[in-house]
Design a binder for this molecule. Structure first.
Ligand code: NAD
Length: 326
């Protein structure tokens, strides 16, 4: 039986991997995979990792030295893997799609919560405070929603927004003709949108796509939703935009410095990240800890596809879900 080391394990991962696994010996590690923990890989045939593992050149070289030929990412994004270093040494597999609905619906949940102040109303009514002061929202109907990255998740989010009667505009390096989205250039999207939702991958080109200059172009009071990757947004620029009022609200499922924080309980500690501390304290910011994928359907699908990727690799030496770029 092939031995697979599974990193950054949470109870909700184990449920479905244990349910669907028939052919591998899965060893679950709670810690993340990084240059310190990669020494654990001796004797394994493969690795399963996730979004906040840090799979740099060092980890790849250790896998190569220890003859661990395959890394199966149980996610779609792979910005945390040094793909260049892996070339010719380690096959990197991923789950290109599991439930675009999970992520797109979470983006809409963030938008609706912020706009209709559900987070404030929930706290008020638990204290029998039934005042409506400062709870005013706006109709999404008739507003312009700008979507950056119109792949699987972006297109589902577009159709949800159309259901609300919004005008959807989009920007993508590779526009999809059948999406029905009205494509504009990036600056026009920044200038025209009442709501901007990010659904492109994190790459060199998209790093800090939302920065001081792009925020300066946006409509006053714009809502920014990010369920993609934290480093698409320059956090200090976002904070400045929120302080000046240029940005009306931000719904963030991801944060650029999330890797040492998200998925763990830090409620007893003083958080040393001042930007995050201020963002969390703002009434017009909602942060969720990279949970947009967290539906039962998505978890089942992630487990199924990750296991079948490994199976395909061990049977044939290659896999249809292998990452081959750059
Ligand atoms: P996808 O590959 O189907 O779509 C991505 C789209 O972005 C593509 O259409 C691509 O052409 C476009 N794109 C690439 N570079 C671009 C650029 N420079 N500017 C504009 N558009 C660009 O991917 P997807 O399944 O829709 O996922 C999108 C992203 O969502 C992933 O990369 C991942 O980072 C993130 N994600 C987050 C969660 C979560 O739990 N928060 C879960 C899954 C995926």
């Amino acid at each position: 039986m092939k031995k697979i080391a599974f990193f950054d394990t949470k109870p909700y991962d184990k449920i479905w991997f244990d349910e669907y696994n028939e052919q591998f010996e899965l060893d679950y590690f709670e810690g993340k995979l990084n240059r310190k923990t990669c020494r654990l890989l001796r004797g394994y045939d493969g690795v399963i990792a996730f979004v906040n593992d840090d799979i740099d050149e060092n980890v790849i070289d250790t896998m190569y030295e220890e003859k661990v030929p395959v890394l199966a990412m149980r996610c779609s994004g792979y910005n945390n893997v040094d793909i260049k270093a892996a070339k010719g040494k380690v096959k990197v597999l991923r789950v290109p799609a599991y439930s675009p609905y999970a992520v797109a619906e979470h983006a809409m949940a963030l938008l609706l919560t912020l706009n209709r102040k559900i987070h404030k109303a929930y706290i008020r009514t638990r204290d029998f405070n039934f005042s409506l002061n400062r709870l005013i929202g706006f109709d999404i109907h008739g507003k312009t929603v700008g979507i950056i990255g119109t792949g699987q998740i972006g297109q589902v989010f577009a159709s949800i927004c159309r259901g609300f009667g919004a005008d959807v505009i989009g920007y993508d390096l590779y526009p999809s003709e059948k999406s029905g989205i009205n494509y504009v250039d990036l600056n026009a999207l920044f200038q025209k949108s009442d709501i901007i939702s990010l659904h492109c991958p994190l790459t060199k080109e998209t790093h800090h796509l939302i920065n001081k200059d792009s925020i300066a172009m946006m409509k006053k009071g714009v809502y920014i939703i990010n369920t993609s990757r934290g480093s698409l947004i320059e956090s200090q620029a976002l904070l400045d935009g929120l302080t000046s009022g240029r940005v009306g609200a931000a719904g963030l499922d991801v944060y650029e410095e999330e890797s040492d924080l998200f998925y763990e309980d830090h409620s007893n500690l003083v958080i040393k990240d001042d930007i995050l501390s201020i963002l969390v304290s703002r009434p017009n910011v909602i942060i969720t800890s990279h949970q947009a994928f967290l539906t039962e359907e998505a978890l089942k699908s992630i487990a199924n596809i990750t296991l079948s990727n490994l199976s395909e690799y061990f049977q044939t030496g290659s896999c249809s879900n292998e990452i081959t770029d750059p």
